[in-house]
Design a protein around this ligand. Structure first.
Ligand SMILES: Nc1ncnc2c1ncn2[C@@H]1O[C@H](COP(=O)(O)OP(=O)(O)OP(=O)(O)O)[C@@H](O)[C@H]1O
Ligand SMILES: [Mg+2]
Length: 342
């Protein structure tokens, strides 16, 4: 620990500096000159589609892989020539959880603390278990943990020894929304305590929620790098808007019972949905007005149809931007509770 403090004090400048990083796997050119800096104590999100090279960047920065060209430093140490110092400065939570299934959560943590020659491994383990809401499950085998619990344990293990720089490779892929929130909370807490976090993700909303700075890796290069407001001017905001425009409980409520206001009395009749004004007449382009002057049948299909119309209308009204019209974005937003795959 004290050694790590010295390391922290020694280093100055950005926590991570990457210049002209090039990497190919045989004929596959993955990185074609990648540049970026990560300020100390900040959260930096590296965005990119499957195969963009995010894990490759992380593996180079964590000294697991050598770049073909270019330079990179972490905590002031060169990844190629000072690999041992870099390793002392970092921890890596890989894309796939690296916890021991046979051991309990607590045993996993104690093991890592012992491997790092820290004093009081039991206390360290208990503190981390509490911090990641795993105290109740502490003595259960990890094989009985949910995906979110495993991921949290995985991140907890990477914090042992308080490294100044942490790499999280897709920390929330495959997690349910609640588990994602818990991981996000843990990451925020890390940054609050001064740890530099580089995370990779495919989720715009994750980057939006967490990152001070976001870089987009595409075709071997960083094609955008900035704060969220800066990037919002560059990227089509479609996905974010879909998430924000999911019907609220209020929307559902209004759709079922009818809105109040001038037409409120209308809600008293035709409650059986037999009024025949089923919304197929094409006069419903005015959104809220349309919603108030009909009594919707209570079956799910009608509601869904109308909600989609409303969303479409809102989108059209609000922007003239290049929104996806194929429904892909929408289903992505709606489907998040059932998880994603990678
Ligand atoms: N050891 C390897 N040998 C050959 N090709 C590799 C190797 N590792 C990665 N690749 C290829 O390099 C490309 C980039 O892989 P990488 O894992 O860095 O992408 P990624 O952005 O992390 O993707 P994902 O979002 O799927 O995790 C992919 O096409 C991958 O198949
Ligand atoms: Mg990856």
């Amino acid at each position: 620990m004290s050694e790590q403090s010295q390391i922290t004090e020694r280093a100055s400048g950005p926590a991570i500096q990457v210049r002209g990083l090039v990497k190919s796997y045989q004929k596959l050119h993955v990185l074609g000159g990648v540049d970026f800096d990560v300020a100390r104590g900040s959260i930096f999100a590296l965005l990119g589609s499957n195969g963009a090279g995010k894990t490759t960047v992380v593996r180079i920065l964590s000294t697991l892989l050598r770049a073909d060209a270019g330079t990179a430093s972490v905590n002031g140490f060169d990844v190629a020539t000072q690999a041992a110092k870099v390793r002392e400065s970092i921890s890596l939570t890989g894309q796939f959880a690296a916890v021991d299934e046979i051991l309990s959560g607590r045993e996993n943590l104690v093991l890592v603390a012992r491997l790092r020659h820290l004093r009081n491994p039991g206390r360290i383990a208990d503190e981390l278990l509490a911090r990641f809401s795993l105290t109740d499950a502490a003595r259960r085998r990890v094989s009985t943990y949910s995906g979110g619990m495993r991921r949290r344990l995985d991140i907890a293990m990477s914090l042992i020894g308080s490294p100044p720089v942490i790499f999280l490779d897709e920390p929330t892929t495959g997690l349910d929304p609640q588990a994602r929130l818990e991981v996000w909370q843990a990451v925020r807490e890390l940054a609050r305590q001064g740890t530099t976090v580089l995370l990779t993700t495919q989720y715009l909303d994750e980057a939006e929620q967490l990152a001070d700075r976001i870089a987009v890796l595409h075709r071997g290069r960083i094609i955008a790098n900035g704060t969220l407001p800066e990037l919002k001017q560059l990227l089509p905001p479609a996905k974010v808007e879909y998430v924000e425009k999911q019907p609220t409980l209020e929307d559902v409520f209004l759709a079922i019972v009818g809105a109040d206001g001038a037409d409120g009395a209308d809600g008293a009749d035709g409650a059986d949905g037999t009024d025949g004004t089923d919304g197929t007449d094409g006069t419903d382009g005015t959104d809220g007005v349309d919603r108030t002057d009909r009594n919707e049948p209570t079956d799910g299909t009608e509601r869904t149809e109308r909600t989609e119309r409303t969303e479409r209308t809102e989108r059209t009204e609000r922007t003239d931007r290049n929104e996806p019209t194929d429904g892909t974005g929408r289903s992505e937003g709606v489907a998040s509770p059932t998880g994603t795959s990678n």
